[in-house]
Design a protein around this ligand. Structure first.
Ligand code: ZN
Length: 271
């Protein structure tokens, strides 16, 4: 029997022998590149791709809405789908995914063509341009998280924003929801710089090698959030597995009761 403790040839620097993907920087898309890419797609795909400015952040950066559909087919009977990445800035791969989705939707596959004939796909790749292009923090310039604003920013009985001038990016996003009333909204989260504290952000270069497990249709920060029938979620899990991406299954935990203090209001009904 030989174990490492008995040998003298332990390499001095084991870390140095391993692949070090984190030394490779990831290209940071600039506003100019984002803007030029949308204009390029509009020029390449007339009759399918349009985009428009729906609002702007406190510092004047535009919130763009992309619309993809086959304009030769009337919209009346089409399904409307809204896809966003409300946590980008810092969760940068959410935005990357929306851009890949656009590329796929503009492609020549039978499924992409069918999707364009049957659906109006609305995409907001960068809902919070101040977070994405300027800070890589979750909030807008007035320190409000668009994905999860405090309750005081909502007028919930009226389903409106209480102080829309403080959340202009969210006002732009809700304007899209109100106008199109989509049958489905998919919000993509992801990896990025969210876990880096302010004093570790440096020049905000993201590096290769970050990864996280796939999880759909549940938030582990609030396991009560299950927006769809579990069969829809399972179809997403199966499609991911078929494409080579294993997934965690929040629904496998569904029989457990996750207590947190928010559930106190239900205490008299549950136990
Ligand atoms: Zn997130």
């Amino acid at each position: 029997m030989l174990c490492l403790a008995q040998t003298n040839d332990v390499p001095k620097d084991r870390l140095g022998e391993l692949p070090q993907p984190w030394k490779e920087p990831i290209h940071r898309i600039s506003f100019e590149e984002y803007d030029a890419t949308l204009k390029y797609w509009a020029g390449q795909h007339p009759g399918i791709f349009t985009f428009e400015k729906r609002g702007e952040s406190h510092d004047g950066q535009p919130v763009y809405l992309v619309k993809i559909t086959d304009s030769a087919v009337p919209n009346e009977d089409k399904q409307v789908v809204l896809v966003s990445a409300l946590h980008g800035g810092p969760e940068r791969s959410g935005t990357t995914t929306t851009l890949h989705l656009i590329e796929w939707l503009l492609g020549g596959s039978d499924l992409a063509k069918e999707t364009r004939r049957k659906q109006v796909v609305l995409i907001v790749p960068i809902a919070n341009p101040y977070a994405f292009f300027t800070t890589d923090r979750f909030t807008n310039k007035q320190k409000i998280d668009l994905y999860d604003p405090q309750i005081s920013y909502w007028d919930l009985p009226k389903l409106k924003l209480a102080v829309p001038q403080r959340t202009p990016e969210l006002a732009a996003f809700l304007g899209i929801v109100d106008e199109y009333q989509p049958e489905m909204h998919l919000d993509l989260h992801g990896t990025g710089l969210q876990a880096f504290p302010d004093d570790k952000l440096g020049d905000r270069t993201m590096r290769q090698g970050q990864t996280m497990f796939e999880i759909s249709a549940c938030s582990y920060s609030n396991c009560g959030v299950r927006p769809w029938d579990p069969r829809v979620t399972e179809a997403m899990v199966q499609a991911g597995a078929a494409a080579g991406f294993g997934s965690d299954r929040a629904e496998a935990d569904a029989q457990r009761c996750f207590y947190n203090p928010d559930h106190d209001v239900f205490r008299s009904r549950l136990w």
